[in-house]
Ligand binder design. Sequence first.
Ligand code: HEC
Ligand code: HEC
Ligand code: HEC
Ligand code: HEC
Ligand code: HEC
Ligand code: HEC
Length: 460
Amino acid sequence: MPKKFIYHLQSIIILDMKKVGNHNSISGILAVGLALMLNFSLTSSAQTAPAAAPAPVAAAPAAAPAGGGDPVAGKALFNANCAACHKLDDKATGPALRGVAERRDKEWLYKWIHNSSEVIKSGDPTAVALFNEYNKAVMTAFPQLSNADIDNIIAYTSEPKPAPVKPAAGGGEGGAKVESGVSNNVIFGALAVVMAILVVMLYTVNRTLRKIAQNNGVEIPESTSGMSVWKAFAKNQFLVFVTSVFLILSAGYLFYGWSMQVGVDQGYAPVQPIHYSHRVHAGINKIDCKYCHSSARVSKNAGIPSLNVCMNCHKNISAVSDTTNTADYGKPFYDGEIQKLYDAVGWDKTAQKYTGVTKPVKWVRIHNLPDFAYFNHSQHVTVAGIECQTCHGPVETYEIMQQFSPLTMGWCIDCHRKTDVKMEGNDYYKKIHDELSKKYGVTKLTAAQMGGLECGKCHY
Ligand code: HEC
Ligand code: HEC
Ligand code: HEC
Ligand code: HEC
Ligand code: HEC
Ligand code: HEC
């Protein structure tokens, strides 16, 4: 909600009241009512999502490790050597390994893990069947692992499955909250109340005037009584003034709120079809922005990655790690969002293959300049060497993407006035630079001096 705007309104109203004093109590009440209403809507819109308790982390149940290995050491070995192809509970490149000691013999496991190809070559029927089942994918040999190491890994894979992590209260499936609906309803409600007060007051004015008229012995014909209220109202110039100001302001306020929802604005953060978190990807997992927004370097648009790019990683990542959760979003929620990606590209994670049934994801566009303005990413990212964060804010901390900068003309111009053009190692600019710096008598040139204020550069 546009808080500044509301503050502004409030101060206007309060100023009005001061000027008027007790001159007209009805308009005073009206003004107070309006101020209260705005205040009410301000507080209600300031409320954000309820803070929720962090998701409880599942305690690893103490298990009787098979064969006496150390499951903690085993987990480390597993993550370092096996996790690229194996998961405990889901199929990945290789089979799910939880409870593998129950279906395979210890000696067989030693042999297999040390060198699976040899076991297959020896004609071992289990090994051959397995190899064929997994499309003859070859498992890495691990001759360096001792039998004790393997015991540890087996101990880890023999731990019972932990109880599922409960979604954090307030998070879970419906993690995305619709906030603006509530405050809008409150505002409409408040407007209705104010309108009702207005009607009651008009009625009171009418009655008072009638009484005065009666006391003065003036006859009021019944048929024109309706008219006289309006006449009285029209005569009270201040009441007319306040009422019109009120109507104009509330219309303006509603229009402003509406246009904020439709238009693009600073802080705009729509709910996306898949809850894709930049915090998780660019932050925790340190994935380079340009891995996904690869065209930012070379073209006008930064572009949104196609889902194939996501699948480069997500063929193997069907779940987030146990530690990836926030107060608002638990692990089950995140895992569900990855499943949405699978549904969209038609990936069957159990069979580890594409089903061919796809449904495109329609990302909601956040940044959007009007058509008449021209902005080019490569010009700023590659030529000027400006960090993405300068314009888009600390994206690596955004759980939900939002518009950080106002994207107004003033914002563009302001930076062009302040920012020096990067000249080093740029032959193209060397000559122009030398000429222009002579013209301006400076050693450094801002983007503005290079022509960054010319209307035609930004407007077609
Ligand atoms: C490069 C991928 C890859 C890596 C790394 C890998 N495996 Fe495998 N593993 C496979 C594949 C694929 C199979 C299925 C058989 C086949 O195609 O060879 C398999 C099968 C197995 C099996 C047989 C499972 C069963 O159901 O009988 C075990 C046990 C196993 N791996 C353990 C390990 C361990 C322990 C590690 C780590 C030290 C490891 N693997 C690392 C790919 C891998
Ligand atoms: C793993 C892929 C990936 C990485 C890495 C990534 N993004 Fe994104 N980005 C996306 C996707 C998908 C969207 C669209 C969904 C959304 O808006 O959250 C997006 C949206 C955006 C948007 C808003 C686009 C719009 O609609 O206006 C900006 C700005 C952005 N990313 C900047 C960055 C920056 C800066 C970085 C590096 C710190 C980064 N991204 C890293 C995938 C990625
Ligand atoms: C470079 C590898 C990589 C790429 C590319 C990638 N992801 Fe991820 N993604 C990950 C990793 C790693 C995790 C798990 C993070 C964790 O457990 O901390 C993850 C987690 C997720 C999650 C759950 C957390 C969240 O962000 O809500 C979703 C959903 C997701 N990815 C969607 C996508 C989509 C959509 C794309 C393509 C636009 C994509 N990913 C591209 C590596 C990648
Ligand atoms: C000088 C400021 C600036 C810098 C630096 C910048 N952007 Fe942008 N970005 C913008 C503006 C302005 C838009 C809106 C463009 C439009 O609507 O035509 C935008 C739009 C986007 C979009 C929406 C899709 C699109 O292409 O319009 C993505 C994604 C994005 N930027 C990512 C990035 C990434 C990633 C980087 C860093 C490699 C980056 N931006 C650097 C200003 C910047
Ligand atoms: C963070 C600073 C910054 C912001 C914000 C910024 N620019 Fe720039 N812009 C630069 C710099 C620096 C250059 C000079 C790059 C060069 O040519 O070396 C530049 C160059 C340009 C040029 C080329 C000028 C020429 O002389 O050829 C255009 C066009 C342009 N910007 C448009 C925009 C628009 C449109 C916006 C706002 C939507 C914008 N810029 C916002 C820093 C910025
Ligand atoms: C550095 C880029 C840049 C330059 C130079 C620039 N503009 Fe703009 N202008 C913009 C952008 C971006 C917008 C869109 C702002 C928005 O959507 O609020 C805009 C909007 C406008 C508008 C629409 C009204 C508004 O503010 O939204 C007019 C009119 C305009 N520009 C005229 C000019 C004239 C005349 C010049 C030359 C003196 C000029 N511009 C130079 C970037 C530029």
